[in-house]
Design a protein. Sequence first.
Length: 79
Amino acid sequence: MRLRIMLTLLIYLIVQGVLFGIGMVIVMATPLEEQAEVFVPWVVGLTFIIAVPVALGIAPRMEAWRELRSRRRTEEPRI
């Protein structure tokens, strides 16, 4: 369980950074640039919230992938 929490926190930081970057590019690359002082806090807040379920969805898959990979290594016949 502790591994899943650490993975979730690590993935959360990465996902939030990616979502924030995408949001900032959208705000700055469109005619909304004049209203950036309003939209930037919204981008920060939304990425803070949206990154949680995304990280919670990715972490169990990464943990399962890690277990599967370690099982394959131990089950391989050694020559």
